[in-house]
Design a protein around this ligand. Structure first.
Ligand SMILES: [Zn+2]
Length: 272
């Protein structure tokens, strides 16, 4: 599943080519999670602005000319989506379900499982974008998020720390692999109640920063949004390493199902 680092690496890859591009046409394939919400023809003539990211959503602002729609596209990659930039796109394949054709090239969404979405919204603070973004926690690298404010948010919750990180209501960006790795780095047991701990923010930032670094160096082909997770996973300390020795103490890494997700941890380094 594409996580925040993959979405951010995607944003960095498409922002340059899309900035200032003029939309010629849009093509919708099979239904995605939500409908586009506007006729594809209405997008023609718009100029694309600076691509932004909030949580795992990408926002493509579209500036209207006289006839075209004014607003933007809110894109989510769902379970299996990836955005590719094609200077000269070929015919869409069976899993290509959205094309934004511009004067410079085509942005194409490939999504075999079709849990992704491309939704038109007049603005980020209006429906349908606003309610989708309303419950997102802070951005992990937002300077306004301090260890103190993060700790204060954790203090009010008794949820196990890993479930709280996955829910994304306090801070976004900790998908399963990154939550497991960050808690290992911080030496925190994944089942510990959130209000009993104070330290995971630095570890989460470090883990996500490393994923961005790995993604930035390996994900050259934006047709493969899973490149980052793959490259990052290759150096994971605990994730996917059940029974293998903990890199810190040598004890076997354990796997436990927590809230229906596999949790990997070292019972020696991460005490309850
Ligand atoms: Zn250990």
């Amino acid at each position: 599943m594409p996580e925040l680092p993959e979405v951010e690496v995607t944003r960095r890859g498409i922002a340059g080519p899309l900035r200032g591009a003029v939309v010629r046409a849009a093509r919708v394939g099979k239904p995605l999670r939500w409908p586009l919400g506007v006729t594809p023809q209405a997008l023609a003539g718009c100029t694309v602005g600076e691509v932004a990211r909030r949580g795992k959503y990408l926002w493509l602002p579209l500036q209207a000319t006289t006839t075209a729609a004014h607003g933007g596209l809110l894109v989510h990659l769902g379970m299996s989506g990836s955005l590719g930039w094609w200077p000269q796109a070929g015919e869409p394949g069976p899993h290509d379900h959205f094309d934004l054709v511009t004067d410079r090239g085509t942005l194409r969404l490939n999504d075999p499982r079709r849990f992704g979405s491309v939704v038109w919204s007049a603005a980020l603070d209006q429906a349908p974008a606003a309610p989708l973004l309303a419950r997102l926690g802070a951005e992990p690298f937002d300077p306004a998020l301090t260890p103190q404010s993060f700790h204060a948010a954790l203090r009010q919750r008794r949820t196990p720390i890993k479930s709280l990180l996955l829910a994304g209501e306090v801070v976004v960006g900790a998908g399963n692999i990154y939550a497991c790795e960050a808690l290992f780095q911080a030496g925190i047991h994944p089942a510990l109640a959130a209000n009993r701990i104070s330290r995971p923010l630095a570890a989460l930032r470090g883990t996500l920063a490393r994923a961005l670094e790995v993604g930035g160096s390996t994900l050259r082909d934006f047709a493969d949004a899973h490149g980052v997770a793959g490259a990052f996973q290759a150096e994971a300390a605990v994730y996917g390493r059940q029974g293998l020795p903990c890199p810190r103490c040598g004890a076997p890494v354990r796997r436990q199902v927590q809230a229906q997700r596999s949790t990997y941890f070292c019972a020696v380094c991460q005490r309850r």
